[in-house]
Design a protein around this ligand. Structure first.
Ligand code: ZNH
Length: 145
């Protein structure tokens, strides 16, 4: 259900992503903008303010891990649901993450990409990314049924 143009829009943006920097930025923003998401990361140490969050090595490592998983999903656009089923079950049955938070993370990720790419992140490309995020969130939420 992806056109060649949509696939190109997703992969060309992803080529510009830096997993370390952008992963840190996305996860840090999630933790600052939606502070209740901090409850899942009680083992990460000090998350009491933005400076502590951005400087937290565990946040950096985990942001990279999450974006690496997003990149893996991008390599499997035509069967994202299967690709994400295992990860979804981990979040549902082991980590007990409220799936609403996947949407929040998706929104934050789009903002990080927009800030990074500026005018190159055209409305058309944003539209394709919103669709990608919706499919990603769907895939991550399947294990909650
Ligand atoms: Zn998550 C983990 C991915 C979202 C929370 N994650 C994880 C991992 C991965 C991921 C890959 C690892 C796993 C293993 O180890 O096996 N995530 C992901 C993605 C997304 C996400 C892709 C979207 C897009 N998460 C999320 C959210 C949250 C979370 C939103 C909340 C808020 N995760 C989590 C946790 C964990 C994880 C808590 C665990 C961590 C540690 O290290 O402990």
């Amino acid at each position: 259900h992806w056109t060649a143009e949509e696939k190109a829009a997703i992969t060309s943006v992803w080529q510009k992503v830096n997993l370390d920097q952008d992963g840190r930025e996305a996860l840090s923003r999630l933790l600052v903008v939606y502070p209740w998401t901090q409850r899942y990361f009680s083992s990460f140490g000090n998350l009491s303010n933005p400076t502590a969050i951005y400087g937290n090595a565990k946040v950096q490592a985990h942001g990279k891990k999450v974006l690496t998983a997003v990149g893996n999903a991008i390599q499997h656009l035509d069967n994202m649901k299967t690709t994400l089923s295992n990860l979804s079950e981990i979040h549902a049955q082991k980590l007990y993450v409220d799936p609403e938070n996947f949407k929040r993370f998706g929104e934050v990720l789009v903002i990080v990409l927009a800030a990074k790419l500026g005018s190159a992140f055209t409305p058309k490309i944003q539209g394709t990314w919103e669709k990608f995020i919706a499919v990603l969130v769907d895939g991550l939420s399947q294990g909650y049924n």
